[in-house]
Ligand binder design. Sequence first.
Ligand SMILES: *[C@@H]1O[C@H](CO)[C@@H](O)[C@H](O)[C@H]1NC(C)=O
Ligand SMILES: *[C@@H]1O[C@H](CO)[C@@H](O)[C@H](O)[C@H]1NC(C)=O
Length: 175
Amino acid sequence: MRSTLTFTIFLITILPHVIIVQGQSFSPFSSALQTLQKQIGYNFTNLNLLRRAMTHASFSEENNKAFSIVGATIIESTVSFNLLSKDIDISAKELNRKLSLISNVDSSCAVDAMNLGLHKVVRVSPKTNTSSTAVVCGAFRSIFAAIAIDKGNTDSAGNVFLNVHGRDLGVYAAM
Ligand SMILES: *[C@@H]1O[C@H](CO)[C@@H](O)[C@H](O)[C@H]1NC(C)=O
Ligand SMILES: *[C@@H]1O[C@H](CO)[C@@H](O)[C@H](O)[C@H]1NC(C)=O
């Protein structure tokens, strides 16, 4: 009788944990997505878009490959628009130089990605290095495509980029 009671208490104690661990919305990945939304200051209407942005091609057919291409163009157009707004006489050469710095995988987007801790969030196959610049930059860029699709425009995505990267559009020293 006593052992039955002990077992019942054990079950009552353990069951909620089992349910929470199995529940999709309480998985470590899902809670990482919640944290990421706080970090970037944007709440998704459709969280599946952020889920996809944080999924590398090595992990699933539903991945961020196309997102990362669109995200890169959003970053480029946001940065060019900003530079041109600040200095309407900026030379093509200077604009291109600044654009290539900000698009640079090693000096810029990997730093932004690591600051957000994306290497701890992005889902990859066991053989893939989550800290490689290609993986973290792909995930970082994909965030902005995901926001654009979520919002139905690219402006919000550009603003989130400026908030995350810094509105001075500075670039970091090479890693
Ligand atoms: C996102 O949602 C959280 C919780 O509902 C809220 O506290 C936060 O202000 C929201 N952030 C934005 C940028 O709307
Ligand atoms: C993963 O990539 C990072 C960044 O390129 C590198 O520093 C690290 O050594 C790599 N780790 C492994 C296990 O290859």
